[in-house]
Design a protein. Structure first.
Length: 176
């Protein structure tokens, strides 16, 4: 079942995914099966939102780090930029959370900037060129936005981009 803290984060994540951004603390407490006081023992509104962003970054970081170990981070970055159908709601929720930064309801955790810098370094190391790495990052950002605002790019379109950018798509196999 997990700790109360994990249940609270899971409940808040589910509420956000269902469109409640930011989720009401009463709703989070009820969904997590804890009292509001129990929730407030672990989180206030700001720290809850920050913990959710940190958790999402950690999950993404785990996938990218594993791909980087295989020399496949650039391909993973672009593929992860287009959510699978079952991930679209979560990606939209992440975008909604990011909008809260413009209203001052959410200050992004330091881990976000640290992760972005780490990912950029990992891409630059893999691709051997910081400018090419930046290009791949920006293409991924564009894929992400396209997937959230309209019909998502198809997997064939993403693979075509990988090919065009000369990104390795299988361990040990460099693109021409």
């Amino acid at each position: 079942m997990g700790t109360a803290r994990e249940r609270i984060l899971d409940a808040a994540e589910e509420l956000i995914t269902s469109g409640q951004v930011p989720p009401a603390l009463d709703a989070v407490a009820a969904a997590a099966g804890v009292s509001k006081g129990g929730l407030l023992y672990h989180f206030d509104k700001q720290s809850l939102l920050r913990a959710l962003v940190t958790r999402a970054v950690q999950r993404f970081d785990e996938r990218l780090t594993a791909a980087a170990a295989d020399g496949m981070m650039a391909a993973a970055w672009l593929r992860l930029s287009v959510p699978a159908p079952d991930e679209r709601a979560m990606y939209r929720a992440i975008m909604s959370m990011m909008r809260l930064t413009t209203t001052g309801e959410l200050d992004l955790p330091e881990e976000v900037g640290d992760a972005e810098q780490r990912w950029q370094r990992m891409l630059a190391t893999e691709l051997g060129d910081p400018v090419r790495a930046r290009l791949v990052r920006l293409v991924g950002d564009g894929l992400f936005m396209a997937a959230l605002t309209g019909p998502p790019p198809t997997s064939d379109e993403v693979e075509e981009l990988l090919d065009h950018l000369g990104v390795r798509t299988a361990p040990g196999k460099a693109r021409p």
